[in-house]
Design a protein around this ligand. Structure first.
Ligand SMILES: O=C(O)CCC(=O)C(=O)O
Ligand SMILES: [Fe+2]
Length: 371
């Protein structure tokens, strides 16, 4: 992890910079005739110049409605698991998608964390994988990374429950979460809200142009009571040559639209001060050439030579989660505890030892003693 390029005390730090992997030099040849879902070259250029693009009215209603139904299933799955374990006394079946988890959390605070933990993680239901490999969406991603496309193993269904501080995601670059070897690998993310995303309900904010130095700035862990890294504002301005007053862009986007951003651009998810849960999906892709992944986890091949595979190997892809489940069990971790741990905690300075960080290092110590 820490190579010769290491400059400071923390493995995530590096003097290497990869501007050419993210700026206009990285733009693949653009098609003369646009396929469905593809955008004109001047729009695509913006992705490389500003680090993100925002498109309204991209999806058909049925495509996202299927995801809403799938999120309902994920919440139902979670409610049933909690109910069977005696953690909640009411399934709140009558509540709608935008309220149910809030009601569950009144009885079981921070139940949302369980959607990210191995044994209670949201399932990759059909609506989700259909969206991830959606033909028009892959046509657009092809304009960013070329005709061979792999799904990156980092994907999330995110609830932003109103007024829950543990769901506020501070400024960060996604690359800050991955190994240094992946810093120069372009990973576009599609951030897709399942309702109109507004400033009030906690939409995204990005710092345009923050990718142009091609550097990962110094992150610190972990923000307040979350498991998220954060990028201090002065560090961001100094290291990434941005001016927050001028470069911050609020990304309000309606149901049907999406924001696509690269893994070097600083962004954050605002607090939800509305009364509805802000559900969203974040899906990522990479080129299979790059051989990237997530701490030993590989992606899922979706498109080769511009053609979507007739049988994407979702089963093989999901099999990888079985290892995580076994590991969680073997390590004696409580599957219901709303604590999330991850190897990226080791990569940066820890300035706030909250429950997530403490548990991680406790486990590390235990693991070393068991060897
Ligand atoms: O959904 C959010 O609030 C932030 C999401 C984010 O940081 C990401 O998808 O990379
Ligand atoms: Fe992010």
């Amino acid at each position: 992890m820490a190579g010769l390029d290491k400059i400071g005390t923390y493995p995530g730090e590096t003097t290497k910079a990869y501007p050419e992997k993210y700026d206009i030099r990285a733009m693949p040849p653009q098609p003369k005739v646009l396929k469905p879902g593809q955008l004109p070259e001047n729009e695509i250029r913006k992705f490389f110049e500003k680090g993100f693009l925002l498109t309204h009215d991209f999806f058909h209603k049925e495509e996202l409605d299927a995801c809403r139904r799938d999120v309902e299933k994920c919440v139902d799955d979670l409610a049933n698991v909690l109910f069977k374990a005696g953690k909640i006394s009411d399934l709140h079946k009558e509540a709608g998608l935008f309220e149910r988890l809030t009601l569950i959390e009144r009885e079981y605070p921070d139940a949302n964390v369980l959607l990210h933990k191995p044994r209670t993680k949201h399932y990759l239901y059909e609506g989700f994988h259909n969206l991830w490999s959606n033909e028009r969406l892959l046509n657009l991603i092809e304009q960013l990374i070329g005709p061979d496309i792999m799904g990156n193993p980092v994907w999330n269904v995110r609830p932003k429950v109103p007024n829950n501080e543990s769901l506020v995601i501070p400024w960060h670059q996604d690359a800050g979460y991955t190994d240094n070897e992946l810093y120069g690998l372009l990973v576009p993310t599609a951030w897709i809200p399942l309702l109109d995303a507004t400033k009030e309900n906690g939409c995204l904010e990005v710092v345009q142009g923050g990718h142009r130095t091609g550097k990962v700035a110094r992150h610190v862990g972990c923000y307040k009571n979350t498991w998220y890294l954060s990028l201090p504002e002065d560090e961001m301005e100094n290291a990434l040559d941005v001016n927050l007053d001028k470069d911050t862009v609020l990304c309000e986007v309606n149901y049907g639209g999406l924001v696509i951003f690269n893994n070097m651009i600083p962004h954050r998810g605002l607090e939800n001060s509305s009364s509805s849960i802000r559900w969203s999906l974040d899906l990522r892709w990479m080129s299979p050439r790059d051989n990237g992944g997530w701490y030993g986890k590989s992606g899922v091949l979706m498109r080769s030579g511009g053609r979507t595979l007739p049988n994407i190997d979702w089963t093989g892809f999901l099999q990888q989660n079985e290892e995580d489940k076994k590991k969680e069990e073997k390590e004696g971790l409580d599957m219901f505890e709303p604590i999330f741990t991850s190897p990226y905690f080791k990569r940066w300075q820890i300035t706030n030892y909250n429950k997530h960080v403490k548990k991680f290092f406790e486990q590390e110590k235990k693991g070393k003693m068991d060897v």
